[in-house]
Ligand binder design. Structure first.
Ligand code: G3P
Ligand code: CA
Length: 292
């Protein structure tokens, strides 16, 4: 083979594909209590590109980082170490009352490698922004925030209206000057429409669960930059069709090498995982991510 052709072939072989974004789900749920400052700190320490987190709202309209609208008795304990009663709604508590609970002392039985961090409180969204701002980890300089607005249309008593929720979250992100580092995600279409009305340039991710409707139509209708499907439901055809429209595909929540291999093969743009360190190592092992 002529030298010039050989050089070109080597260059092509060595060139990595587009970087696959690594998102730490609820920070890094496999290793630290979910949606807590220790989880986000861990995700930054291992070099995650994006922190995935969920938000709900307290009685006094504080945006807090938590997956469920209720305090989860499997994850949290009461102020005196007592079990949390079933059905204690975050929306019924002020921030001050909510932060009397410890959501770091119990180990989530689904994640055997999770390290409990007793004394950990439910953080505000603002506290997560503060953590990142003050973090010495190199990843913190450009890490993004994938913020999920949790809403259940059948239970309006547990949440603000979508419009008020959007106002609270967009207002905070705008004041903090981080809207350009953020993706707003939701399973609730109304929430994304409300965010778009307030922040037309905000990047939106429509979450899709078990069923798989026409994702291209959804993305176009909403003007969503990203479609985030359940990782088992996404297909190569859907990825191709979304990419043809310039829409990124970021599935959730894939936690093992078989699932990562499938998603890499499908050509997804990012992967949401409970174990960002393991996913980064996997991508590095396949020369799909630099080791620096
Ligand atoms: O980012 C999407 C994913 O987090 C949705 O599932 O239930 O873990 O919030 P869930
Ligand atoms: Ca989520």
């Amino acid at each position: 083979m002529p030298a010039a052709l050989l050089a070109m072939a080597l260059l092509t072989a060595a060139r990595p594909g587009p970087r696959i974004e690594v998102q730490g789900h609820r920070g890094a749920r496999a290793l630290r209590p979910e949606n807590t400052l220790p989880a986000f700190e861990y995700a930054l320490s291992v070099g995650a590109d994006m922190l995935e987190l969920d938000v709900v709202v307290t009685k006094d309209d504080q945006v807090v980082v938590m997956h469920d609208p209720y305090l989860n008795p499997v994850l949290c304990t009461g102020p005196d170490g007592a079990p949390v009663p079933e059905g204690l709604a975050v929306r019924s508590l002020t921030l001050e009352a909510l932060q009397r609970y410890d959501c770091g002392a119990l180990k989530n039985p689904r994640f055997p490698r999770q390290v409990p961090v007793p004394g950990t409180r439910v953080p505000t969204l603002e506290a997560v922004l503060d953590l990142v701002k003050a973090s010495p980890h190199p990843a913190a300089k450009k890490v993004g925030f994938n913020i999920e607005l949790k809403l259940e249309p059948a239970h309006p008593e547990l949440f603000p209206t979508p419009e008020r929720f959007a106002e609270l979250v967009v207002g905070l992100l705008g004041r903090r000057g981080v809207l350009n580092r953020v993706v707003i995600q939701s399973f609730d279409y109304r929430a994304l429409v409300a965010v778009k009305a307030l922040a037309p340039k905000a990047r939106l991710a429509m979450l899709i669960s078990d069923t798989f409707p026409n994702p291209v139509a959804i993305a176009k209708d909403l003007g969503a930059a990203i479609i985030s499907p359940h990782h088992e439901w996404i297909t190569k055809e859907a990825v191709r069709a979304l990419h043809a429209e310039g829409v990124r595909v970021v599935p959730w929540t894939a936690n093992d090498e078989a699932a990562w291999a499938r998603l890499v093969d499908l050509g997804v743009d990012g992967i949401i995982t409970d174990d960002p360190a393991a996913l980064i190592a996997y991508l590095q092992g396949r020369k799909l991510r630099s080791t620096q």
